[in-house]
Design a protein around this ligand. Structure first.
Ligand SMILES: [Zn+2]
Length: 469
């Protein structure tokens, strides 16, 4: 079935031009001057006055993630549908190797979570909780299956934390295989001591989550991860970079010519430590409201926003992903009432990423092309999907968003589709929203309504290539 998106302004990471976009058999088949007749279109979408952009790629999500005795509230069904409503057509989620178990078992568990459920295309990174002879040997098979990136943690002792020697061994192996190591670069051992001290002093409110995970812990972890990658002679990618000093470490490494990459997330650009403080005592739910803003790394003081926006403009930051990991206030965040360390870490975000970043375009923080680059093209390139995903070109998957720059939306739990009982952006008005979303040529969202014929299970596993920048 041929689809014509006519009269829109096509925006890629490099170009902006008015064109008709023809789609056939799930792929972009032609980009031509408006009005050029190429035969019969079975479906025509009028994009006059709108932008036509490649579908968003969110390379950091946690659907159905088990954490702290509960499970992230979105699964591959609800989470991918919500993503599509927000203009994201591909996610890369994190499969987890459990300590003492194989990566194979972890990957199979995540395939089981996603198969028959995902509504848009998806890939996996593999979280390595041990780099031992067994898991190091398994990396080759993972790469062959299209799992070409591995995440390691310097934080969460006893759960995810791996020591420098294990990180270094995994980096060396990744280098041999053309795989990429991604790092959660907060140093967790001293953080845990700070957490215990705060709790012993009766400091139990959500804000102490931020005060016990200071910026220096992330900056130092970032510097150490870069050093390990430099010694191993491999690229490295920092997930969810949140703060100025960590960004300076990345910038300094890039200035020295190292293949150091970093993503930030909308919450670090739009929210701050103030949100974690909740309401003043006696107002609303008081300081407990801050529990909805507990994520890791924590939200930082507002002055970091300017540094992160500058990093996005000057290419020190390459990607904006979400770290989507929602937990409901009721029953889930509640687990940490009276002990901030038991509040499940994470926020909803997979649906609101493009809306929020468009505010950055409107404010002149980033260009239209840079918007496309950080939300789609760069993650496609870094994570081995480019060509198939991440741009609008002949032969690429027809993952396309028609973006209406004039339409308003008020963000809130009742206007969004993520399965969670609050929104960190409740009541925020944004201007600019998808009017149409296509996934491999199928029109799946029109005017914020799911119109795709199939929903659960229509998403396909995206086998990713090796690191090729
Ligand atoms: Zn994460």
């Amino acid at each position: 079935m041929a689809t014509l998106i006519k009269g829109g302004t096509v925006v890629t990471a490099s170009d902006t031009f008015v064109a008709d976009v023809w789609i056939d058999k799930g792929k972009v088949s032609a980009l031509v001057a408006p009005g050029t007749q190429l035969g019969h279109a079975d479906q025509t979408i009028d994009a006059t006055g709108q932008y036509v952009i490649p579908g968003g790629i969110d390379c950091h999500t946690h659907m159905s993630l088990p954490f702290g005795g509960t499970t992230a509230s979105d699964d591959f069904d609800t989470g991918t549908v919500a993503a599509a409503h927000g203009g994201t057509t591909t996610i890369v989620d994190f499969a987890i190797q459990s300590k003492g178990s194989s990566m194979r078992a972890g990957l199979d568990a995540w395939f089981a979570k996603s198969e028959g459920k995902a509504a848009i295309d998806y890939g996996f990174h593999m979280i390595m909780t041990e780099a031992n002879p067994g898991t190091l040997a398994e990396m080759a098979a993972m790469v062959r299956e299209g799992i070409t990136s591995f995440k390691m943690f310097m934080a969460y002792p006893g759960v995810f934390l791996v020591d420098d020697q294990q990180i270094f061994r995994a980096m060396q192996r990744a280098g041999e295989l053309g795989a990429l190591i991604t790092m959660h670069a907060e140093i967790g051992l001293p953080i845990d001591v700070m957490v215990q001290k705060a709790l012993a002093e009766g400091k139990t409110a959500p804000i102490y989550h931020a005060l016990t995970r200071p910026e220096v812990a992330e900056a130092t972890g970032t510097e150490r991860a870069i050093a390990l990658a430099e010694m191993a002679g491999v690229p490295v990618y920092m997930v969810h970079l949140s703060a100025q000093r960590a960004l300076e470490r990345v910038a300094e490494a890039r200035d020295r010519g190292l293949a150091t990459f970093a993503e930030t997330c909308p919450q670090y650009l739009f929210l701050s430590e103030d949100d974690l403080r909740g309401d003043p005592p006696g107002v609303g739910d008081g300081e407990w409201k801050g529990a909805g803003y507990v994520c890791t790394p924590p939200l930082r003081p507002k002055h970091h926003h300017d540094h992160l926006w500058r990093g996005l403009r000057n290419y020190d930051l390459q990607v904006v992903a979400t770290d989507h990991c929602p937990f409901c206030m009721k029953d889930q965040k509640e687990l940490g009432r009276g002990d901030f360390s038991k509040i499940p870490n994470g926020m909803p975000g997979v649906e609101t990423r493009l809306h929020l970043l468009w505010e950055g375009v409107r404010a002149g923080q980033i260009s239209l092309n840079r918007f496309v680059e950080i939300t789609s093209t760069a993650p496609a390139k870094i994570f081995g999907m480019y060509g198939k995903k991440g741009t609008l070109a002949v032969g690429a998957d027809a993952d396309v968003v028609v973006w209406d720059p004039k339409r308003e939306k008020v963000l809130g739990k009742d206007t969004l589709h993520m399965r969670v009982d609050y929104s960190p952006y409740e009541g925020r008005k944004v201007i600019g929203t998808p009017s149409h979303v296509l996934s491999r040529g199928d029109l799946i969202i029109k005017d914020d309504v799911w119109v795709g014929k199939q929903k659960q299970g229509r998403g396909q596993f995206c086998k990713r290539g090796t690191f090729g920048l």
